[in-house]
Design a protein. Structure first.
Lengths: 129, 452, 219
């Protein structure tokens, strides 16, 4: 009896700790990306804070708004005036092998992995509506 | 019918649990050291990947339970389900690495020798095809090496070892019996012969030792059929004539192998084309499936024809004709060792229908038959265990009663004796016969003449 | 945390798949070798025809008499085994990850269908556990290990279900999901789940012994 009580206490504390950690982690001024370019998206658009990213990247917009030509990254050029889907089609194409979905996943998640911060699991970006 | 109802509700607790002197004195001689050595030797050295797969694959799903007549007869008592028998023997032995007690072994002898007919029905119900009979025979092998085999069946093995037949039949006794049957049969066919040691004959006819011992009439009937059908046949006069093999069921593989080897050598000496055998299930298993393997023959070195298939041949080829079909309502017991063991059930039905007017099936049947409860050496453990044998095969009695037949055909010696007990115990008001009995009774007593 | 997740989503996946497949192959080679060495007679009894005949008969739903005697358990177990492979392999979220790693993909299940099927797997596992408590002959055979094995399969499906719905502690649930899936793969070759490999082999042997030697059916 004592054993199972202690076990239940342990579980409650564990879940409480995890819960607080999770909710405090969710940052401020989040916006949800509109997945209009996808035919029938299986997941809600990712949530993300543009301001945080500008701040964290020291105002270097070209990290995300990059320009590639013939598979080569063009340094010091940026593409804020384009939609991602202007270059990345839904299916891989000869002139741009990186499809739209993978472009997002690789760019965001890999960067988060590299920097050791930011969400990396599916549901951390595609938070349920 | 009232008495039958009562009899059918016998509970296991109503049955005496006698102690077997051979088991008890054997147990007393054992030391923990010896027990461990023997168990380790058998389970590690004498098994291979097959055993390992059986042990590690069983998912404890319980599907084998419904296969076992012991389980069904004992009101679904879990300890009688096939996998439970493995749990209470082999799994424990493995877990304790052979360090098991005498009490454990006393139980293991009973489980493996008296609570399993090695009928392999469960192998057809386990989704993995785990062969529990094989593991029960391994336990018997351990018991054999520990010298705690039940007394009566051990005696038959001793007889095999000394005389190469199961019933201490002496050499002159054997020849006398054959001559006596030959003489008697001459009342029906005046020039009938039981040809002894005829080298180069087509067929060697072989029987089990209980036939000369107390069912000599069966040899008479077989001789009549052989003669009427005009077969070129012979019987051996010296040891090697008995095709039974009790050592196969006690795990005494060395003697078992010797018996089968001698049997085939006898046929080789007579240079026959094939071996025909009487209505016995386990004997067929011994020479068709197990004895040949022990002697490294994949399949038997001679074509071995069980009586069922032989009758089928005689009747369908018109070598024996039926004068008038048997009238009483009959049902047929499929002996495991020739139905599940050799797929002869369809031929058996054809023969029954050729010989009898009114045939009714018992269910389940064919490969799915219930064992008679006597097989696998169980009945050979003798009278001390008859009471529990009756309780342990209640399903068979119920199955028989449901047919409403007057006559039960049991084309296997073990089945025949076991079912006779069942009929008596449950007061089933049935006659029991071999298929040969019916053929003999209904056949035309004239000699076959091939059309020119 | 991200480096830990990177590890369990990267190298750890490789490790577990290699242990899973390698373990099974190693086991198979071991069995075939041991058969050759200790029970070579098996090779002379097993025939392809009768092996396939038996395996086939046992794959037809409710064909074996044994299955018809326990239709509920057998039916549930049959569906469970199909879903056990189907759901993880055709789950959109898994396919996306594989696609990003290897640029290969295949059609995915609709998410809400997969959700229901996952519930089906969970229900089947709960049924197995309840059956182990309620059916006397199964209870008699059951030990702690049997519940543990059920738990090992339950965890990845349950956490996968919870993660999809993001109800509580998403990050932790997902981490447990990944780890328990890898755990399941890793222990398959070393537990009774190796019946995945053994089942066709034992069936082939019994099918051949019945079909080839005994000339009878084994279903
Ligand atoms: C493709 C290969 C597989 C085959 C042919 C197979 C076959 C079987 C069979 C025949 C049973 C026994 C009883 C029944 O019919 O349910 C069984 C039980 C079971 N299998 Fe499998 N299986 C396979 C793969 C797996 C895998 C990969 C797992 C899990 C990782 C698994 C988990 C289970 C469980 C948990 C049970 C026991 C259910 C209970 O508790 O009664 N199986 N399997
Ligand atoms: S071999 Fe026959 S008697 Fe033995 S456990 Fe299996 S079904 Fe029962
Ligand atoms: S049916 Fe087979 S796997 Fe299931 S408990 Fe019986 S022996 Fe084990
Ligand atoms: S005695 Fe008859 S029914 Fe019983 S195991 Fe032998 S063949 Fe089977």
């Amino acid at each position: 009896m004592a054993y199972s009580n202690r076990f239940i206490m342990f579980l409650i504390v564990l879940f409480a700790a995890v819960g607080t950690g999770f909710f405090s982690y969710a940052g401020q001024d989040l916006e949800r990306l509109d997945p209009w370019a996808f035919d029938s998206p299986r997941r809600p658009g990712a949530v993300f804070s543009h301001d945080d990213h500008i701040f964290l990247l020291d105002d270097d917009c070209s990290v995300c708004h990059h320009v590639y030509e013939n598979g080569e990254l063009i340094p010091d050029e940026s593409s804020e005036d384009l939609y991602c889907s202007d270059c990345h089609s839904l299916k891989p194409m000869p002139d741009n092998p990186m499809p739209l979905e993978a472009a997002y996943h690789n760019l965001c998640r890999d960067c988060h992995f590299d920097r050791g911060e930011g969400p990396v699991l599916c549901g951390e970006c595609h938070v349920k509506e | 019918m009232q008495t039958k109802e009562n009899a059918m509700t016998d509970t296991p607790s109503a049955v005496e649990k006698p102690t077997d002197p051979a088991i008890e004195s054997g147990l007393e001689r054992l030391t923990p050291e010896r027990i461990r050595q023997v168990i380790q030797q058998v389970l590690k050295k004498e098994t291979g990947p097959r055993f390992k797969a059986y042990v590690e694959t069983c998912m404890r799903c319980g599907l084998c339970a419904d296969a076992c007549s012991y389980f069904l007869s004992n009101d679904r008592d879990p300890q009688f389900m096939p996998a439970a028998k493995v749990k209470n023997t082999v799994w424990q032995m493995l877990k304790k690495d052979g360090n098991v007690s005498r009490d454990f072994l006393r139980r293991a002898v009973r489980i493996s020798h008296l609570e399993c007919n090695a009928c392999k029905r469960c192998a057809m119900y386990c989704p993995f095809g785990i062969d529990i009979a094989y593991m029960m025979l391994l336990v018997r092998r351990i018991c054999h090496k520990l010298e705690i085999t039940p007394q009566y069946i051990q005696d038959t093995v001793n007889s095999h070892s000394v005389t190469l037949n199961q019933m201490w039949v002496k050499d002159d006794e054997w020849i006398d019996t054959l001559q006596w049957q030959e003489e008697d049969a001459r009342d029906e066919f005046e020039d009938l012969q039981i040809p002894l040691d005829k080298v180069g004959a087509d067929i060697m006819y072989s029987v089990i030792a209980p036939e000369p011992k107390f069912q000599a009439g069966l040899i008479y009937q077989a001789a009549t059929m052989m003669h009427a059908a005009g077969m070129d046949w012979t019987m051996p006069s010296s040891p090697g004539w008995d095709n039974s093999n009790m050592a196969m069921y006690t795990g005494d593989n060395e003697i078992s192998g010797r018996i089968a080897r001698k049997f085939f050598e006898t046929a080789a000496k007579l240079r026959v084309k094939r071996i025909v055998m009487g209505e016995c299930g386990h004997a067929f298993r011994s020479v068709y499936d197990m004895g040949n393997r022990w002697n490294s023959w994949v399949m038997p070195p001679f074509e071995v024809v069980h009586a069922l298939a032989f009758y089928h041949e005689l009747l369908t080829q018109g070598r024996i004709t039926i004068k008038e079909k048997y009238k009483k309502k009959v049902t047929l017991h499929d002996p495991c060792n020739v139905s599940r063991g050799r797929g002869l059930h369809d031929k058996a039905r054809e023969v029954v229908n050729l010989v009898c007017k009114d045939f009714v099936e018992m269910t389940p049947n064919r490969e799915h038959n219930y064992c008679c409860g006597a097989g696998g050496g169980v009945i050979n453990c003798g009278p001390p265990y008859k009471g529990e044998r009756m309780v342990n095969n209640r399903v068979k009695a119920e199955q028989l009663a449901a047919t409403g037949a007057e006559v039960l055909i049991a084309p296997c010696h073990n089945c025949h004796s076991g079912l006779e007990d069942i009929i008596q115990h449950y007061d089933l008001k049935m006659e029991i016969k071999f298929l040969g009995d019916l053929i003999y009774e209904t056949m035309e007593k004239k000699i076959y003449e091939p059309e020119a | 945390m991200n480096s830990f997740i990177a590890f369990i989503m990267g190298p750890m996946v490789w490790i577990s798949v290699i242990i899973f497949l390698g373990g099974l192959i190693f086991k198979l080679v071991g069995i075939l070798g041991a058969v050759r060495q200790k029970e070579p007679y098996i090779y002379s009894y097993v025939t392809l025809k009768h092996s396939l005949r038996s395996i086939g008969a046992w794959l037809i739903p409710f064909f074996p008499r044994s299955a018809r005697l326990s239709p509920v358990y057998y039916g549930i177990s049959y569906l469970f085994h199909i879903l056990l492979f189907l759901v993880p392999l055709f789950l959109a979220s898994h396919i996306v990850l594989i696609n990003e790693a290897f640029q290969i993909s295949w059609p995915a299940l609709n998410d809400s269908v997969a959700d229901v099927l996952t519930l089906g797997v969970i229900a089947a596992l709960i049924f197995f556990a309840v059956r182990r408590i309620r059916v006397p002959e199964v209870k008699y055979l059951t030990g702690a290990m049997d519940y543990l094995l059920i738990l090992v399969v339950l965890l990845p499906f349950l956490t996968g279900f919870l993660a999809y719905h993001q109800w509580v502690a998403y990050q932790w649930i997902t981490v447990i999901h990944i780890l328990s899936g890898e755990l399941m793969l890793i222990i398959i070759p070393f537990s009774r789940f190796s019946h995945m490999l053994n089942a066709p082999l034992t069936r082939a042997y019994m099918g051949s012994e019945f079909g080839h030697v005994r000339q009878a059916r084994d279903w």
